[in-house]
Design a binder for this molecule. Structure first.
Ligand code: SF4
Length: 255
């Protein structure tokens, strides 16, 4: 195989891999700008270089680099138009709290209050989360980091659809990679499904430790659910107590 044939063979393999990823459970393939451009612009037909359809539904623009700071990432998110939610948002809701936090809470998506104020968990559900942090955990809200899977509000607070989650997920991944918390607490099914790539619900996932990129992850109910179902508050408190044990060093989950 001459160098040109080897190059075309590598391109062919890469294209096949991207298409395979795009058909997987995430329905998307995350590429660097350079690779995305290269794959979109090259054909594997020997001796010719012509345009081929890209392996959709990859994001329209490549995700930020691994070393993008949270501040720069928030700026990128502020201008993001990768899914249709940008058309109806008042503003993006990136995240709030200590950028070196040991604990990150991940919720679902901004609601009306969050969309208006630009901060996650500020409505009634947010007050409950604040109570859990301050009254239950005896921590300050600003000691932890709080964010959502989606950075823009879905109209009428409907559930995020898979395409929206795929588009927005790289921002969450980048946030967690930058913060490197000791523990992650997924609030509700949407966050759990996104972070653990599972279809199981909260009832099945809670009560045990999970592994997110080597970080212990606990799943518990979303505060909005607890407002509707106060009888499950005790289960969430049990989950939070486990989180506190990791934060204090009392336990080190085998994940
Ligand atoms: S929800 Fe996420 S991907 Fe969609 S426009 Fe907002 S920031 Fe971009």
């Amino acid at each position: 195989m001459n160098p040109e044939e080897r190059y075309l063979s590598a391109i062919k393999d890469a294209q096949a891999l991207v298409q395979q990823l795009a058909q997987g459970p995430r329905k998307t393939a995350t590429l660097s700008p350079e690779v995305a451009e290269m794959l979109a612009g090259l054909s594997v037909a020997a001796g010719e270089t012509t345009a081929v359809p890209s392996a959709s539904p990859a994001p329209a623009t490549a995700p930020p680099g691994a070393n993008t700071s949270l501040r720069d990432l928030a700026e990128i998110v502020r201008g993001c138009q990768q899914c249709s939610l940008h058309e109806t948002r008042t503003q993006t809701v990136f995240g709030v709290g200590n950028e070196n936090a040991d604990l990150v809470f991940v919720g679902e998506a901004p609601g009306a209050d969050e969309d208006a104020q630009g901060e996650p968990f500020v409505g009634k559900a947010g007050q409950l989360l604040t109570d859990i942090i301050t009254k239950g955990m005896k921590m300050r809200r600003e000691d932890v980091y709080i964010c959502n899977v989606l950075k823009c509000r879905p109209p009428n607070n409907r559930n995020p659809n898979p395409a929206e989650m795929s588009c927005c997920e790289p921002y969450l991944i980048q946030q967690l990679a930058q913060i490197k918390p000791k523990v992650i607490c997924a609030l509700g099914g949407v966050a759990a499904k996104c972070l653990l790539q599972t279809e199981d619900g909260v009832g099945r996932l809670r009560g045990q430790w999970h592994n997110y990129q080597g970080i212990p992850l606990r799943v518990t109910y979303h505060p909005a659910y607890l407002l509707r179902t106060p009888s499950d508050k005790g289960k969430t408190w049990a989950d939070i107590q486990e989180v506190m044990k990791v934060l204090s060093g009392e336990i080190s989950p085998q994940i």
